[in-house]
Design a protein around this ligand. Structure first.
Ligand code: SF4
Length: 361
């Protein structure tokens, strides 16, 4: 699906966009730095996560891991502990793998080269575009959900942007926009317009800097772009978890695999009480059912039936952790929810408000 807008049309749109961006952009901490490592950390954290949620994590993470070398030499547990509560923990592991590759292959310096950035573990087209354009001024594009929405509406592009023909068109179109002396501002301007003005519902067309050339505004129903197929409903999963405490401490297991690999979770199984008790070698009379906690992930809706017990010995593979010190450990939000449900002990800072790219787990 080629986009036939002549170069002068793109130039005109870009000029309007940049004038608006420089006037209206939010003061965000990662915009105060062109350090490629800081840009990289912020972009990874912002994937699928709200801006207000990211800000304190960004400061804490960079305070402890101020360079690729600092993260590369840390343990995975240390990295996950500072990511704890942000969700999508695979991002933290890939960031650490990327940092280690920077140390091993590039002398600890983030390469100012798009192909080399793309060659780093965990750095896809979007992240390479962000680091390249924002930190190094490379004329490289990026396309995220916000850019996708702005460009499909502005140019009236039909089709599902998750499918190849439109996906390729969007990247090619974004590349035409990024071919500018300040590609970092162009790319951030497209994302910022999508985050603040060209909203999924009720886009602010009346005050939008691009209202005059916008095809979707002229057509009258901008919300119908992008034409995405409906999202799949998250599958329902039934889990059972055991909370076993002793004198201000709780038994937790380091998850060996799966969505919380390496993080601390209560002893739990996919299935009912019988499966849980059998896995732990416990008799039914030793546990008390406390209720059900719902935890929604991108692809799954977990219904976790929580049981409590006063144990004499350790559950298999579990260790005792002080409840008061859990916020310094790699504890996913699911674990925090289960513990808070049982006894109201908060292990996490308050979470989430304001949005850049959608909900987090
Ligand atoms: S005019 Fe409306 S639909 Fe077009 S880019 Fe602006 S906010 Fe989006």
């Amino acid at each position: 699906m080629p986009v036939s807008d002549p170069a002068h049309a793109i130039e005109g749109h870009r000029a309007l966009l940049l004038a608006w961006y420089h006037r209206a952009k939010r003061a965000l901490p990662w915009r105060e730095s062109r350090d490629p490592w800081a840009v990289w950390v912020s972009e990874v954290m912002l994937q699928q996560t709200r801006v207000d949620t990211v800000v304190p994590y960004y400061h804490r993470f960079l305070e402890r891991f101020g360079s690729p070398e600092a993260l590369a030499s840390a343990t995975e547990q240390e990295a996950l502990a500072l990511w704890s509560g942000l969700g999508y923990y695979r991002r933290a592991r890939l960031l650490q793998a990327g940092a280690r590759a920077v140390v091993a292959e590039h002398g600890g310096v983030v390469p100012a080269d798009h192909a080399k950035l793309r060659g780093l573990p965990g750095v896809g087209a979007y992240t390479a575009g962000a680091i390249g354009s924002i930190a190094f001024g490379l004329r490289v594009p990026l396309v995220d959900g916000n850019v996708e929405r702005v460009l499909t509406r502005l140019h009236g592009l039909s089709g599902d942007p998750r499918t190849p023909p439109l996906r390729q068109t969007l990247w090619a179109l974004a590349a035409r926009y990024a071919d500018h002396e300040d590609p970092g501002s162009v790319n951030q301007g497209l994302m910022e317009l999508g985050a603040l003005v060209c909203l999924p519902q009720n886009p602010q067309c009346l005050t939008c800097a691009l209202r005059d050339p916008c095809a979707a505004r002229a057509e009258g129903t901008p919300e119908r772009w992008p034409e995405k197929a409906p999202k799949k409903v998250p599958r329902a999963e039934a889990w059972s978890a055991l909370v076993a405490k002793s004198e201000g401490k709780v038994w937790l297991v380091e998850s060996p695999r799966g969505r919380w690999e390496g993080m601390l979770v209560p002893p739990m199984v996919a299935g009912d009480a019988a499966a849980l008790l059998s896995s732990l070698g416990l008799a039914p009379e030793r546990v008390q059912r406390r209720g059900v906690v719902t935890h929604v992930l991108t692809h799954a809706r977990m219904q976790i039936t929580v049981y409590e017990t006063a144990l004499d010995g350790a559950p298999p593979h579990a260790r005792l952790y002080p409840l008061a010190g859990l916020n310094a450990q790699a504890v996913p939000t699911m674990t925090a929810k289960v513990l808070e449900f049982v006894d109201g002990v908060s292990t996490k800072p308050p979470r989430r408000a304001g949005c850049r790219r959608g909900p987090a787990p």
